[in-house]
Design a protein around this ligand. Structure first.
Ligand code: PAF
Length: 287
């Protein structure tokens, strides 16, 4: 297979010059925002982008404002050279890898405040500043790059809902798409943070997916969605996760669009977050 290394740009001016060239040639542009440490899940996002657009820009930026001081910003895996190799194999044209100074210039004083899916009582409880940081950086990436569409993994389902809402509310002119979660053979959702898992915790981690699958079948069993059946499935799911030694943040069944309470006729989504050892895992599936 022939592979060409992507062009790496580090400033807004260079990014805009590249994108302007593609636009002048009438080409569609897709953006795949990432924090690097790329794995097969990210590669699948780039593949989805390639299917939709002639040119794919992948951003790699570990965004400090979406990490709390107690979180893993400084130890978040950084694997830039390996990331470029992976992107060359999948055919991304441009890697946008700005420095912190480019994204947060001296005196930076503006950020985005959110309600709706960002205040759904899921990851926002344990990570109250997280989605504000995500929305601010994603809004910047959208306005810097000006893509036709952007692809986000469904793995971060609340993030996807937040970004979708923001793109509509702020008329950002970017079609926000979700792409399915890629899983290891045993069902564990791929995540850059899986490298933190000890061998013992790694062996337990697929339980989250198994519990959600069992809960989804229990909710679906018997046809019409009933609150009592959902509550029962959530109670036994929570019990199974806790009994396996996880510290559970939440296991919830929500409406898939706005992450509010289940409504009749709305597609449902199960979402989970739990800590095993020092690692916090999140996952979700459709019901
Ligand atoms: O999902 C991620 O990797 C990040 O939250 C994102 C969307 C790149 C924003 O920093």
């Amino acid at each position: 297979m022939t592979s060409t290394m992507p062009v790496v740009v580090r400033t807004v001016a260079d990014l805009r010059a590249r994108v302007a060239g593609y636009r002048a040639a009438g080409e569609r542009i897709a953006l795949v925002p990432t924090m690097g440490a790329l794995h097969a899940g990210h590669v699948s996002l780039v593949e989805a982008a390639k299917a939709e657009a002639a040119r794919v820009v992948v951003s790699i930026f570990v965004n400090p404002t979406q990490f709390a001081p107690t979180e893993d910003f400084s130890k978040y895996p950084r694997t830039f050279e390996a990331d470029l190799e992976k992107l060359s194999e999948v055919g991304a044209e441009v890697v946008y890898a700005p420095t912190v100074d480019v994204m947060y210039p001296q005196g930076f004083a503006t950020s985005i405040t959110l309600t709706g899916p960002a205040a759904a009582g899921l990851d926002d409880i344990a990570r109250p500043h997280h989605f504000g940081g995500v929305a601010t950086i994603v809004a910047k990436l959208f306005t810097q790059c000006g893509p036709d569409l952007a692809i986000f993994g469904e793995k971060d389902f609340q993030q996807l809902a937040v970004v979708r809402r923001m793109a509509v509310d702020l008329d950002l002119g970017v079609d926000v798409r979700g792409a399915p979660t890629i899983r290891e053979a045993d069902g564990l959702a791929m995540s850059s943070r899986n490298v933190y898992l000890s061998a013992e915790d790694r062996a337990k981690a697929p339980l989250l997916h198994q519990v959600m699958q069992a809960a989804a079948s229990a909710i679906r069993a018997g046809g019409a969605i009933e609150t009592a059946r959902i509550d029962g499935a959530m109670a036994s799911g929570r019990q199974a996760i806790t009994a396996a030694g996880f510290s559970l943040d939440y296991l919830e069944c929500r409406a898939a669009d706005d992450l509010g309470a289940p409504r009749s006729g709305a597609p449902l989504r199960l979402l989970v977050a739990a800590r095993i050892g020092a690692t916090r895992l999140i996952d979700n599936i459709a019901v």
